[in-house]
Structure formats: C-alpha cells, structure tokens
Design a protein around this ligand. Sequence first.
Ligand code: SF4
Length: 707
Amino acid sequence: MTRSADTHCPYCALQCAMTLTPTGAPAGRPDATTDAAAAPVTVAGRDFPTNRGGLCKKGWTSAELLTAPSRLGAPLVRGADGALHETSWDEALDLVATSLRGIRSAHGADAVGVFGGGGLTNEKAYLLGKFARLALGTSRIDYNGRYCMSSAAAAGNRAFGVDRGLPFPLEDLDGAETVLLLGTNVAETMPPFIGHLAGAQAAGGLVVVDPRRTATARLTDDGRGLHVQPVPGTDLPLLLGLIHIVIAERLVDLDYIGSRTVGFDRVRRSVAAWWPERVQSVTGVAALTLKRLARRLASGANTYILTGRGVEQHVDGTDTATAAINLALLLGLPGRAGSGYGTLTGQGNGQGGREHGQKCDQLPGYRKIVDPEARAHVARVWGVSPDVIPGPGVPAVELLKLLGAPGGVRALMVHGSNLVVSSPNVLDVRAGLERLDLLVVCDFFLSETAALADVVLPITQWAEEEGTMTSLEGRVIRRRRALTPPDGVRDELWILHELAERLGSTAAFDTDPEAVFEELRLASEGGIADYSGIDYAMLDRGDAAYWPFPRGGESTPRLFVDRFAHADGLARLVPVAVRESARPVATGDEITLITGRLLEHYQSGAQTRRVPELLAARPELIASLHPATGLRLGIEDDDRVEVSNVRGIVHCRARLTPDIRPDAVFLPFHYGDEQTANLLTSDEVDPISAMPEFKTNVVGIRRLASV
Ligand code: SF4
C-alpha cells in the first residue's frame, strides 16, 4: 500500500504536521537493485496550529530515515561466535520467550525489566505497560522520559494536581506581551515554535534565561528583549530572588492568591532571605536586572512563563520547576486568559508516553499504581484481578543500577531508547547491560545499545504505521501510514502480541492500533489523562482533542480556567529551598559541564546521525568553550581536547565562542561511543522525581597534544 498521508514529524514534541507522498521508490533499506538516494516519500509541511506549515531541517530530511543503508531488515540474534546474525522472526521470538520464561522461573518475575521511550505512540506505550505487568508480571518498567520531563511533571502534579506540559494551546502565545523562557532553546530544538514568540519579541517582552547565548537568546539581540546568563546551576536561587522581589515590591496578584491558591505565607517566608544583592552574588545576574525582569513579568496582562530541560534536568529539578510555578502563581498567570505557565515537552510523545503506564508508578490515564480504585478500574478493563497487577517499580536510573546485580534484573527489553548514549553515567549502564543474561532491543537501526543486545528486533517507522501521539499541548493527533513496511520489519504491537502468546499470557494484546486505542480509552476513563471521549474518527476529521476529554464530554484546550485539579480546586504554593549540597561545585581548573541539543540532531542521534545532510552539518562532538577559558587552559580553536572527570573521559574538538560563560563547557549529547557526553554525567537523582543531573556536572579539560 502506498498513499499520500497527512501525518506528523517523527521527532520532537511540537509534532509538526506534514504530508507524505509516496514516490514509488521502494521502502526499506537499499540493496543492489535499489537507489540508496531515492526516498520512498516526499515530505511537505502541512498547515497546523503548532507549525503553520513549517518544518525544521530534521523534519524536511526525515524521509531519508526510511531508506538509510544501515536500516535493519531482519531480526538479529547473537551467535556462539559473539556476532549478531540475521534470523527469522519465529526463531528470534521463540528465543526471547524461552529465555524470558527461564529467567522468570529461576529468578522471579522482577528479574525481567522493561525500558520504554517517550517516542512510542500512545498505543505502544499503553500496550508496553500492560505487557510488562500482565505478560511478564514484572513491576520493573520505566522509560527515558524520566530523563526528560519527570521533574517538571512532579512539580506540576504537586502544584496543580495535574501534569500537562502546556495547559493551553500554543497559539495562545501569539498574543503574549511577555514570555519568560527558562532553560529552553526552542530556536534549535523546535524552530517553528519561535513563530509563536513574534508578538512578545515585537513587544520587547522576550526574556531568555540561559547560561549560553543560544539561538533563542540571540532573538533578544535587537535590544528589545533580555538575555539573562546566570552561573550554571543557579536557576533555583534566581527564581527565589524573583519571587522575593515580586513580594517585596507588592507585585503579587493578591485577589488571585486569595481565591485560587493556598500556601502563600509559607512561600513568602521561604524567600525572605533571597534579597536581590544576595541572588546577584550567587547567580552573577545583576540585582537591577532581576528587578527589571520581575517588574516586566508583573507589568502586562499577557505574560507566560515556560520552562525547559535547562532548569529541569537537575538533582533539584522538581524544586526549581516548583519555584517557576510559584512565581507564575504569585503573578496570577495560570488559568488566566492570555497568560500562563507551561513546560515544553521534548520527545515526540513525551506527553502521551507518560500517561499510559510506562512509568514505574503509574497505570493508564495517569493513575497512581498504588491507588486501589485505579488498580480496580484498570484490572476490570484488562479482565484480571487487581491483585495480578504488580505494585510500583523503580525509576529509570535505579532500574539501570539493578542490571545484573544480585536480586536485580537479569533480562531487559528496550523499546525506543538508546540507553548507552542518553543515560547518565554511561559506563556503568553499559557494564550493567553486559552483565545481563538477555538484552532485547527493538529499533530501526543498530543503535549503540542495540549493538550490545542478544536479540535485536527491527521495527516499523512512523511513515509505515498508524497510531496516535499527544503533542506538547496535550492534544491527541493521528500518525498515519503512507507506506507498506518493508518485509523484514514488524510493528511493536505485533511483537508484544507474539511474545505474550509465547509466554502463555491469557490477556488480550491486540495488534490493530485502533483497537488498542479503544482499550486505552476505557483504561484512561475517569483518570487524570482521560481519553475516553476521543476516537480515531474524530481525529481523522481534524477535530481538536485535548485531554481531559471524557466520554460524552468535550475537549479541554485550556486547563485551570476555573479550578485546579486538586480536590479543593486550589493550586499549591510550595516553599522550596536551595540545598547547598545538592550539586558539586567546580574548583581550581575545573569547569561546569552543560549537556544539551543541536538543531541537526534529535535525542541520542541514533536516527539523525544516519541522515547524511544532518550528519554533514554536525558530524562530531564539539566542546564549546569561552575564549577566556581557552586562554586560561592553553586551548585554541579547533584543538583536540580531553574532557574528563571521575566517571569518564571524552575526546573531541574545541570551539571557542563568546556565547558561553567562562565557567562552563557545553557538550551536545547526540553522539555515541567515545563521543558520548553522558560518560561524564552523574547518576545522582532528584529525590522527588528521580531526574538525573545533566546540566551541572564538574569536569576538567585539557588540550591534547597534536598528532
Ligand atoms: Fe520535527 Fe520538531 Fe523539527 Fe517540527 S520542530 S520538524 S516536530 S523535529
């Protein structure tokens, strides 16, 4: 089957709309009779509220993923010679099922772990959670969204009683006079987004907080906006200082605080000591700048505060996101027309992926797995006793520490994650994977993680499958098939179905995405993320479907208009404090490592490094350093350098740029093997959300002798 299909980009959470038109060229990896350069579809941007026809270069080149020469075309099984060899689907699945059964009977059900991904469709994420709990009987499932959104999600749940990245449609930003972007570089990570910042830019109200002068920060170069460049890792003191000023200068919306929130007095007391001069001494941001910023945020009617990974990927990420929410609440922004607070989801289905059961503590519908009512509801939908559903597992980093450990995980199934590139403290993760009795990886390519696997199962890509995704707005959208998948690959729904049968599960594991979605609707009904009123037919008509969307009810594009999701309808102002011991501090010649993203690559780069145009633009890891740092350390532009700490060593080229502070080095995390930035990141986690620290690790850096 080949047909033109209106669908969305395979990459980030903006989920730009695109139309794929088959060209007649064969799908799948090229062989001697096909032209490697001929893409089987053309990609055209399609008008949609988030992207308005625009795509970034990742979207424009996405068709090349379909015929990348390294695309897997048959299951791989590791042979006695230690190499991976192609085999049949039956043989691969029989081997996986037999091994899983053996490990389970020898070590118990929790000896099998499952690691999911924020790029899986809602249907896959839902079925994977069900598969783990019913077919495998394990509690040990979590996913890579733990590295992405978990702290912001925890903060949102704590403050509002619900976690939806943007609780309003993106188009609302068009009317903004002031937008505060905290630790997000949308101009590179999701370029069409910046179209929604034009109003704030024109009004002189675009404010970017980032230790780097990113492409987004440069949007303020006309002098009308503001780029605030704090010391890395001081986002929380900065926000506490802004709250202090807002309170001290009586900029608080007292009517809103009185009618819509609780906890003001405790927050007021908690920031009393964060006077502007003290904040200046900690953050490096001038007290006058802080005051100017606080007044700007309070001055207009249409103000938005948005957070991204820069302030969230910390060991105090939940508290930092909470401080941003506190600031927004004090200004009366959430739920007020033309204003708001939100967090910008990164992965393609980062929102839906965290709603339907991939998280270790959740069941579909964003239900708590420890809640007896939630368990009873989902058990009814699954046709089992609630007792059959395992209790809570452990979050991602802890799960990875259990790999091959006594009493830990002996087998791991990985879906939509490249663990040895994207996880913190990669050397330990790699060692854990190598200790396993069985590693099964589902992927399109032989990613760095798949290369370690005992069994690799090749899967369909976005242009070859049906399903739904939930964008950063909480809007459910359709992924549609334009191409028949190549012969040798399979949909993950089919894989889970086949494995469940082989494992003797009596639960239903449908292979039809629409049927799975119908079950997801039932399972989510009455939950926080209620999808029960949404069906494929309405999505195919183009109806806007923002959750919660109860059966017989309506879409909810804007949350918090009248009430928050806590039982009393009020938002929580939660006092937070700086934990001095939370992060290591650079001393002597040490420097703070910031990891992040580039325009040309997505996540671990497993896909985008296989697109020639993207790889040519950003072929290798580059360490960005300030010229003053280069001078201090004897490093010149284009020198090869060693970046290291107690966890690992990375060799790469240096680029000297004034766009970064002298106390920091930036490494993108899109590269594998010896260029993996996460060789250097810590697996210490935020005690509330289990988010690791990706933004302020301490490293040494030195010039390598020329060769
Ligand atoms: Fe795809 Fe994101 Fe680029 Fe849009 S911004 S084309 S969704 S990668």
